[in-house]
Design a protein around this ligand. Structure first.
Ligand SMILES: [Zn+2]
Length: 349
C-alpha cells in the first residue's frame, strides 16, 4: 500500500464484468457484475481530486432496487481505519471519511442517508426527514425507510448485522441495524412497520442480510446467550473459542418470519460475497491490508484459507470487525456500510 502499487487495479477491475453467480434459490441475479469499483484506490491520503471509489459488492434485491455492501477497499482512510471507513465517530480522519462518502455518493448518484445508531428499535421516515432538511445522522435511530426514489439508505456496521428491505411494487425501501440489542428490542419489526406506514405490503417485501459476526465467532457468555435464546429459540451457539455464543443472523431470520417475511422472500447475499471474496484472492490492496493490519495472518492466502463463513465480519478481511480489532488489542477500527437504493439517478461506474 505504501508504495502506491495500484497500477494493476484497473486491470483486475476491468476483469470483474461477467461473474455469474446465482442466488440461493438458483435464480439468476439481475446484476451480473460481482464488484463495482474504479479509480485509483488512493491509499495514502484523502485525495483532493475526488478519485476515491469504494469497492462494493452489489446484490439485486428486487426490480429497480440494489443493495451494496462496501468493503474495506478503495477508500482514503489509513492506519487502523484502512482503507474505506464510513464511520465519522470512530476516530478516523474526518477528511478521509468525507472523501469515502463522496466516492460512494458518486457511485450511487446521491449521498447516502445515515442515522445515529444507538442499538434501539427506533425507525424513521428518511424521505420526510430529507424533505424537511433534517440531517438524520444527528437523529437517534436504527432503522429507516423511504418511498422516495434516488434516496440511498445506509447502515454502518463492524460486526452488527445490516438487514435491508424493499417492496418494489410499492416503491418502498428500508434499512435496519440489527445488533444483539437492536434485535432484542424489535428493530426488524419497527423497520417493517415504518415501511408499511409508507405503503409497503409485508407479502411483497424482500429482504437481504448483510455481513455480520457469525455464531461461531460471537461469544457473549452464558447469561446473555440464554436470554437471547429464550427470545430467538435455537440461536445459542458454542463458539470456536469454546464459550457460549449467539447467531444474530439466525435471529434476524426469525424476526423477519414473525413479520410474515418468510424464507422465500429473503435473498441470500452469500453466493455473491463468496464469488467476490474468491475474486479478490490476488488483490494487491487486500493483500497490503492483511500484511499491515495486525488482525490476523499477514498473508491474505492464509486468512482466506482459514475462512469458514465469507459473510462473517470477524473472519473475512473484506469487512471491518470490532471483535477482530479487539482480539488484536487495537483501540480503533472502521465501519463498513450497507446501502439500499431504488431508482438510482446515475451509477458512475
Ligand atoms: Zn465467524
Amino acid at each position: 500500500m505504501a508504495d502506491g502499487s495500484f497500477a494493476s487495479q484497473g486491470a483486475w477491475r476491468e476483469q470483474m464484468t461477467d461473474i455469474e453467480v446465482r442466488s440461493a434459490d438458483g435464480a439468476d441475479l439481475d446484476v451480473s457484475i460481482g464488484i463495482e469499483a474504479g479509480g485509483s484506490g488512493v491509499p495514502e491520503a484523502a485525495s483532493a481530486d475526488g478519485t476515491v471509489t469504494p469497492v462494493t459488492i452489489p446484490i439485486a434485491l428486487a426490480p429497480g432496487v440494489t443493495v451494496r455492501f462496501a468493503t474495506r477497499l478503495g477508500g482514503a482512510s489509513i492506519g487502523a481505519w484502512g482503507n474505506c471507513n464510513f464511520g465519522r465517530k470512530v476516530g478516523d480522519d474526518q477528511q478521509a471519511v468525507a472523501e469515502n462518502l463522496r466516492g460512494l455518493a458518486r457511485l450511487l448518484g446521491a449521498p447516502v442517508r445515515l442515522v445515529h445508531q444507538v442499538h434501539s428499535a427506533i425507525a424513521i421516515d428518511a424521505g420526510a426527514a430529507a424533505d424537511d432538511g433534517i440531517d438524520t445522522y444527528a437523529v437517534d435511530a436504527d432503522a429507516q425507510a423511504t418511498d422516495h426514489e434516488g434516496l440511498p439508505l445506509g447502515i454502518l456496521g463492524a460486526d452488527c448485522l445490516p438487514v435491508m428491505y424493499a417492496d418494489a411494487q410499492a416503491g418502498v425501501i428500508g434499512a435496519s441495524h440489527c445488533g444483539r440489542r437492536g434485535l432484542q428490542r424489535g428493530v426488524v419489526h419497527s423497520c417493517v412497520e415504518q415501511m408499511v406506514a409508507l405503503g409497503a405490503d409485508r407479502a411483497h417485501i424482500r429482504a437481504v442480510l448483510g455481513p455480520c459476526i457469525c455464531g461461531d465467532c460471537y461469544e457473549v457468555g452464558d447469561e446473555i446467550a440464554a436470554e437471547f435464546d429464550a427470545q430467538f429459540p435455537g440461536t445459542r451457539t458454542v463458539t470456536r473459542f469454546g464459550g457460549a455464543g449467539i447467531d444474530i443472523a439466525a435471529a434476524a431470520l426469525q424476526a423477519l418470519a414473525a413479520e410474515g417475511i418468510g424464507e422465500g422472500q429473503v435473498v441470500s447475499a452469500k453466493p455473491r460475497v463468496d464469488a467476490a471474496t474468491k475474486y479478490l484472492e490476488d488483490d494487491p490492496e487486500l493483500m497490503a491490508l492483511c500484511a499491515s493490519d495486525g488482525e490476523g495472518a499477514p498473508e491474505l492466502a492464509d486468512r482466506l484459507g482459514a475462512l469458514s463463513h465469507s459473510m462473517c465480519t470477524v473472519e473475512n478481511p473484506l469487512w471491518y470487525s470490532h471483535r477482530r480489532a479487539y482480539l488484536a488489542h487495537k483501540d480503533h477500527e472502521g465501519r463498513f456500510l450497507a446501502v439500499v437504493t431504488r431508482g438510482e439517478a446515475s451509477g458512475v461506474c
